[in-house]
Design a protein. Structure first.
Length: 393
C-alpha cells in the first residue's frame, strides 16, 4: 500500500504572541520560555544536533516507508534554507499566505491520491514525534472512520490520517483547531513525542537525543564517547568537550572554553575564550562572549532563557549576540539588492542597514572578573580573580 504525507509549517512571525522586536528586557512569566520569544521562526525550522526539526520529521516518515511527501508552508518561510534544501529529498513544496494554508493542505492530500497514495498522514511539524506509521495505518483501517487523530497522554498531537479522497476533511480539521467531532477515530501514540512549545522542550529534545532516548542522531562524527563534532567545526587546542556534548558545523570554540553536561552548540556559533557551557543549548548563529558561566539555558543570539528559573531576558550589550553569518541570513535577498547598487547611494544604504543590525563578533577584551550565570548565583554576580587565579586563558 502506498502512503503519502502532508506536513505543514503554518505559524507566521509573532502569530498570537508579541514579535521579537516588541519583547521587553525581562519577559512576562507566561511567555518567558515560549519558543517564539527565542526566535521568530517556527520550532520546525530550529536545529537540533545539526539538523532542523522538520528534517527529523521527514526522516521518521521515510523510515515508515512513506513515499510521497508534500510540505505546505507559510510563504514568509518559503526561502528558508531548511525549506529549500528539502527539494533535494524529493519533498514537494507548496507555499502561500497563512489564511489559505487549509485549502492548500486539501490540494496536497488530493495530489498524494493522484500519485497513488491510498492513505495520507497530515502533520503539524511544530512538534517532533516518532510515529509508528504501520501501526497508525492498521488502526485507521480497523476504525473505519474518515479521519483518525493521534493522541498521547497529553492530548491531541495535531497529527491525523485521512483517505486520499478526503482532503476536504483534513482542511476542515485544521480550520477547527484540530478538532473534528464527526467520523473521527483516536489513535493512541505510545512512542517518543516532544511538543516543542517551550525552551524546556527544546532543551529536553537535545538531551534525549544525546542520551539515546529518541532516534535523533547528531550530524557529525563521534570523536570520543558521547562527544559529537561536525567536520567543519573549529576547536582551539585548549578547549574541552566532555560528553555527552555536540558542536555543530562552522562553529568555533576559542581558547579555554569548556562544554559539558549534554550541552549542544549548533551551526555558525562562536564561543569566546574562557567561557563555560554546562547543560545548555546555543542555537544557530549565536555569539557568546568572554569568560561567561552559562548553565541550564537556551540562547539564541541576544535572547537567553533560563530553563530552571522559567525566566527569559534580552541582552542589550555585547556579551551575547548574533554572528556575522547569521545577520545575513536574517534578511535573505536583501544583500543581493544592496550589492546591485553603486556609488554614494550604495555606501549610504550599507551604512544605514548595518546600523540597524546587532553588533556581532566583538573583539575579545580583558575583563576584571568572570560573569557568573548559574542557578546557584544571582543574575549578575561577579567573582574577582586573585593574582594567582588560573583561568586557562
Amino acid at each position: 500500500m502506498r502512503l503519502g504525507s502532508v506536513l505543514y509549517v503554518k505559524r507566521s512571525v509573532g502569530e498570537g504572541l508579541p514579535s521579537q522586536e516588541a519583547l521587553p528586557t525581562e519577559l512576562p512569566s507566561d511567555l518567558a520560555t515560549a519558543l517564539i520569544s527565542l526566535s521568530p521562526q517556527p520550532a520546525a525550522l530550529l536545529e537540533v544536533l545539526g539538523e532542523p526539526v522538520l528534517h527529523r520529521v521527514v526522516e521518521v516518515l521515510r523510515r515508515g516507508q512513506v513515499e510521497t511527501i508534500f510540505l505546505v508552508v507559510d510563504e514568509h518561510f518559503r526561502n528558508h534554507q531548511a525549506i529549500r534544501s528539502l527539494t533535494a529529498q524529493r519533498v514537494h513544496i507548496l507555499s502561500g499566505p497563512a489564511q489559505v494554508l487549509p485549502s492548500m493542505v486539501e490540494t496536497a492530500v488530493k495530489r498524494c491520491a493522484d500519485l497513488g497514495s491510498q492513505n495520507v498522514i497530515v502533520m503539524d511539524t511544530s512538534a517532533y514525534l516518532e510515529l509508528d506509521v504501520n501501526d497508525f495505518v492498521q488502526e485507521h483501517h480497523k476504525a473505519g472512520q474518515k479521519i483518525t487523530v493521534a493522541y498521547d497522554e497529553g492530548g491531541p498531537l495535531h497529527t491525523a490520517m485521512v483517505n486520499g479522497a478526503d482532503g476536504d476533511i483534513a482542511a476542515t480539521w485544521m480550520q477547527r483547531s484540530f478538532i473534528y467531532p464527526q467520523h473521527t477515530a483516536r489513535y493512541q501514540h505510545r512512542a517518543y513525542v516532544n511538543r516543542l512549545q517551550t525552551a524546556q522542550d527544546l532543551r529536553k529534545l537535545a538531551k534525549d537525543a544525546l542520551q539515546h532516548r529518541c532516534r535523533i542522531r547528531p550530524n557529525g562524527d563521534e570523536l570520543q564517547p558521547g562527544v559529537w563534532v561536525a567536520n567543519t567545526a573549529h576547536i582551539h587546542p585548549s578547549a574541552r568537550l566532555t560528553g555527552p556534548a555536540y558542536l555543530g558545523p562552522n562553529s568555533r570554540l576559542r581558547s579555554g572554553v569548556m562544554v559539558a553536561d549534554c550541552s549542544t552548540i549548533e551551526r555558525n556559533c562562536i564561543v569566546e575564550r574562557g567561557t563555560l557551557v554546562n547543560d545548555s543549548t546555543i542555537l544557530s548563529g549565536t555569539y557568546v562572549g568572554v569568560c561567561l558561566d552559562l548553565a541550564h539555558a537556551v540562547v539564541h543570539q541576544n535572547c537567553l532563557m533560563d530553563v530552571q528559573r522559567n525566566v527569559g531576558i534580552e541582552m542589550a550589550d555585547s556579551l551575547i549576540g548574533a554572528t556575522s553569518a547569521s545577520r545575513k541570513n536574517l534578511v535573505p535577498g536583501l544583500w543581493a539588492t544592496v550589492a546591485s547598487m553603486s556609488g554614494d547611494s550604495l555606501r549610504g544604504v550599507r551604512s544605514k542597514f548595518r546600523s540597524l543590525l546587532p553588533k556581532s563578533d566583538p573583539a575579545a577584551a580583558v575583563v576584571p572578573g568572570r560573569i557568573a550565570y548559574s542557578p546557584a548565583k544571582s543574575w549578575s554576580s561577579l567573582k574577582s580573580f586573585s593574582s594567582t587565579d588560573s583561568t586557562g586563558i
